[in-house]
Design a protein around this ligand. Structure first.
Ligand SMILES: [Zn+2]
Ligand SMILES: [Zn+2]
Ligand SMILES: [Zn+2]
Length: 836
């Protein structure tokens, strides 16, 4: 016999850990107890050594769905002869209140709750707010710390005796599940008409369904905000929704009953299936089924788009809707007007969605934190991609268990947090190529935030990184953890910025982390930069400015746990450069603490500044003029007047900053090849260029030059980087257009050329003593085709290549990169002071 005291750190409180330990210990017939102990779980267990080994291993490997284990350690104690196992209540008063060290993301309804929801004999049969310790709302209902019912939007609902008994019983699945409730004591549904006036309904689910089947548009209150829902089959109503929402072409997501229903419309492989069914339940972008016959979704759901955003039901309310009509796929798009942040409060939703929604399905459980659906693309697993250093064959990042057996008594699961994804599935790791998650996050929000991501080094002081401007997120750094926020939208929107300020404050309370310093982008006009400066001077906080593309690079390094010099290929739309130009086609060499701009795409003018983003033909013209190709390629479609005016802007540099942007080069080629001259949503031209290229076989590349800095005065003195000259490519494209080459072929050759440029530049750097590790970051790498091709050619040439799989490559990832840079600086300054 042996007795061990076992300590478990990580997300282990408020996630059903004690009942889980109790169950496991009882099954293994161990004696002892479990209790919460100052942010960790403490267990004392007695039994024979082999069983205890098994117990410890299972604790680490099969924790409850929401637990994230960082470390398990144990030591021996004297045997007490205990045969029974018990749950000890926390020592009240021993260390005061327990700080909520971690807050879980919201979790999709678990199988147990789903079973009860469908069981006529269960007291929560068809109750739309059923949840337990393993599922339900979390981040979206939290109002403060520590996490308990009083500090959630469930505070106003007093538990009935039955619910209270479950809540108090350590053996119950609802033990300390803060949102526990039932029909007698919990929230209720309510129907509102198009003007927001309540109307009676015996069964709001049926009323809603009836409306949806009758081609109406219903605003449905979800977990993190309102959705606008309508039948996804019916072209007329989808068009009506577009018209009312003022959304021309940006794709809508749909929700379907289950994977079988998803297969009716899309290709669903094993990885996609696991992702769709994961407890995070993101929107997965899936390839539309091309086979003829059978039903298809209305064309207007995602016009001209070869893929479709699909998600499965994730709240009991969704399940009830689909149980009643499993065959009806629903458009479920954010409840907003055009690009505003989604509505999440009942009154606000009525005010803003009046005229869009024919009726509202609401309830009286408030949403405190607005949280959009997360969006993920899948990348075919590439066998060539490098596994994480030092962990051959194991996955990496947030989702991993990295076992390093330091001694017999400790299993360390750091620096990343282990993650079990519910239902025993490991999302994104189902393929044969272990260690390469197929996920490419496009938006990381509901279901993921605020799960911590490991930093390369510990923050010596609490740090806030405020991110960028578009796709806003912030990140709070506490020790080795980065708490990257949910998606906040574009901060030039007043509503979004208000949410940013409010949610920063909330996270600081939740994670008990008042920052001593703020990290921000160098762009003086970003709302986040202004916030940092204002707050910095008001509170006397240290400010750290980080260059935009350096933050992109660091973000990809951090999530891949790289800690060596790399080549950072930072390709995006726009970012503030050190020379005042708009950067975006950058090859950086460096690490967290410093970088050198080793190469970049040749500068061209960006006529009209941001207007050029909405009108890709302007970039086409700028590139044509730069390559001395005239404007004849655009004359068919753009009026002479426009061409003349914008041409003059380019010549004189009037309101036309210089840019090396790769994203704008994609726009230019999309316009040149006749795909799109104007966009109705950000990145549309580049996305369509990718679609077209994806369906076209490889057929060569275009010429380009890599030259050292030209002597002309345009690229002034300080810039010692190489220039990638894209003029030969533009000239070739113009020639091919004249010869009648198809847009599809041009699109494909262009993608191959960009991959080739990346390879050639990286190779040149390696040959001159640079690193052989490459990270791909920036919004351009949301392009799956380019990402895959770049990885393929680089890997074949002996490079180790890393891409994003935890945070999006776009500006939503900046906050993580900024934080990683600040943390790494702490480490170097600590090392410096030690050596002195
Ligand atoms: Zn549950
Ligand atoms: Zn109750
Ligand atoms: Zn960027």
């Amino acid at each position: 016999m042996e007795r061990r005291v076992i300590f478990i750190r990580g997300i282990v409180q408020g996630v059903g850990f004690r009942p889980f330990v109790f169950g496991l210990a009882s099954r293994l017939k161990l004696g002892g107890f479990v209790r919460n102990d100052d942010g960790q779980v403490l267990i004392e267990a007695e039994g024979d050594p082999q069983t205890l080994d098994r117990f410890v291993a299972e604790l680490a490997e099969k924790p409850p769905a929401l637990a994230r284990i960082e470390s398990v350690s144990w030591e021996r104690r004297g045997v007490l002869g205990e045969g029974e196992f018990r749950i000890e209540t926390s020592h009240a008063g021993s260390s005061g209140t327990h700080r909520a060290v971690f807050i879980s993301p919201d979790v999709a309804t678990c199988d147990d709750c789903l079973r009860e929801l469908c069981d006529p004999s269960d007291r929560r049969y068809r109750y739309p707010f059923i949840n337990c310790t393993n599922c339900g709302p979390r981040l979206t209902i939290v109002t403060g710390a520590p996490y308990d019912r009083q500090r959630t939007t469930m505070a106003s609902f007093a538990m009935c005796p039955l619910c209270q008994a479950e809540y108090d019983d350590p053996r119950d699945r609802r033990f300390h599940a803060q949102p526990t409730c039932c029909r007698n004591c919990g929230p209720r549904l309510e129907m509102l008409d198009g003007k927001g006036k309540s109307f009676p309904s015996d069964d709001p689910i049926q009323t809603t369904l009836g409306a949806l089947q009758a081609e109406r548009i219903v605003a449905i209150k979800g977990l993190g905000g309102f959705h606008l829902a309508c039948s996804a089959i019916d072209e007329r109503v989808v068009r009506e929704l577009r018209a009312r929402k003022h959304r021309d072409e940006k794709p809508f997501a749909i929700m379907v009953a289950d994977v079988v229903a998803a297969r009716e419309f899309c290709e669903v492989g094993a990885e996609e299936e696991a992702l769709l069914q994961s407890s995070a339940r993101p929107i997965a972008l899936l390839a539309k089924r091309t086979s003829a016959g059978g039903r298809s979704v209305a064309e207007s759901v995602a016009p001209g788009n070869p893929s479709l955003g699909v998600m499965l039901p994730y709240t009991p309310l969704h399940h009830l809707l689909f149980k009643a009509a499993p065959g009806l796929p629903l458009v479920m798009t954010s409840g907003n007007r055009s690009d505003e942040p989604i509505a999440y409060e009942n009154d606000d939703a009525v005010a803003r969605l009046e005229g869009i929604a024919d009726m509202f399905l609401v309830h009286n459980r408030s949403i405190h934190v607005r949280c959009d659906d997360s969006v993920t693309r899948m990348l075919a697993p590439s066998p060539g991609i490098s596994p994480s250093p030092g962990t051959p064959g194991e996955g990496r990042g947030e989702g991993d268990l990295e076992h390093q057996r330091h001694s017999t008594s400790q299993i360390t699961l750091t620096p990343t947090l282990s993650r079990s994804t519910g239902r025993g599935r490991n999302i994104g790791r189902g393929g044969k190529t272990a260690g390469v998650p197929a996920e490419l996050p496009i938006r990381r929000s509901r279901g993921y935030a605020p799960q911590p991501i490991a930093l390369p080094a510990a923050c010596q002081v609490p740090t806030l990184a405020v991110g960028g401007q578009l796709k806003g997120t912030f990140a709070l750094g506490r020790e080795r953890h980065a708490f990257v926020s949910h998606h906040l939208g574009d901060l030039d929107h007043y509503e979004a910025f208000r949410a940013f300020e409010r949610d920063v404050e909330l996270y600081e309370r939740l994670f008990d982390s008042r920052p001593n310093r703020i990290v921000h982008d160098l762009h003086p006009d970003y709302a986040s930069t202004a916030y940092a400066r204002r707050r910095g001077s008001a509170e006397g906080l240290q400010l750290i400015g980080v260059q935009h593309h350096h933050a992109h690079m660091a973000s990809c390094m951090a999530e891949n746990r790289l800690d060596e010099p790399v080549i950072g290929v930072s390709f995006d739309g726009t970012g503030y450069g050190l020379d005042g130009a708009v950067w975006g086609g950058e090859f950086l060499v460096g690490d967290y603490s410093a970088f050198r701009r080793a190469a970049h795409l040749r500068y061209v003018r960006m006529p009209g500044g941001d207007t050029a983003i909405r009108e890709p033909w302007r970039m086409a013209l700028a590139h044509l003029m730069d390559a001395a190709c005239g404007n004849s390629a655009l004359q068919d479609r753009i009026s002479e007047d426009y061409l003349k005016t914008v041409g003059r802007m380019v010549e004189r540099g009037f309101n036309s900053p210089l840019t090396s942007s790769a994203g704008r080069l994609f726009d230019a080629v999309a316009s040149l090849s006749g795909i799109r001259d104007r966009v109705s949503y950000e990145g549309q031209a580049a996305i369509e260029l990718e679609w077209l290229a994806s369906r076209t076989p490889v057929s060569g590349t275009y010429p380009f030059d890599i030259c050292p800095i030209p002597s002309d005065k345009k690229n002034r003195g300080k810039d010692d980087s190489q220039i990638v000259d894209t003029r030969p490519m533009i000239t070739s494209i113009v020639k091919e257009l004249r010869e009648g080459t198809s847009s599809a072929v041009i699109a494909r050759r262009f993608h191959c050329t960009m991959a080739e440029i990346i390879l050639e530049v990286c190779r040149g750097m390696r040959n001159s003593g640079g690193p052989s590790v490459v990270v791909l970051s920036g919004g351009v790498f949301m392009n799956v085709l380019l990402t895959t091709e770049a990885i393929t050619v680089l890997t074949a040439d002996g490079f180790s290549v890393y891409r994003h799989h935890l945070v999006p490559p776009n500006d939503a990832g900046l906050s993580l990169g900024q934080l990683a840079i600040a943390a790494a600086r702490d480490r170097s300054s600590a090392a410096l002071s030690k050596s002195e």
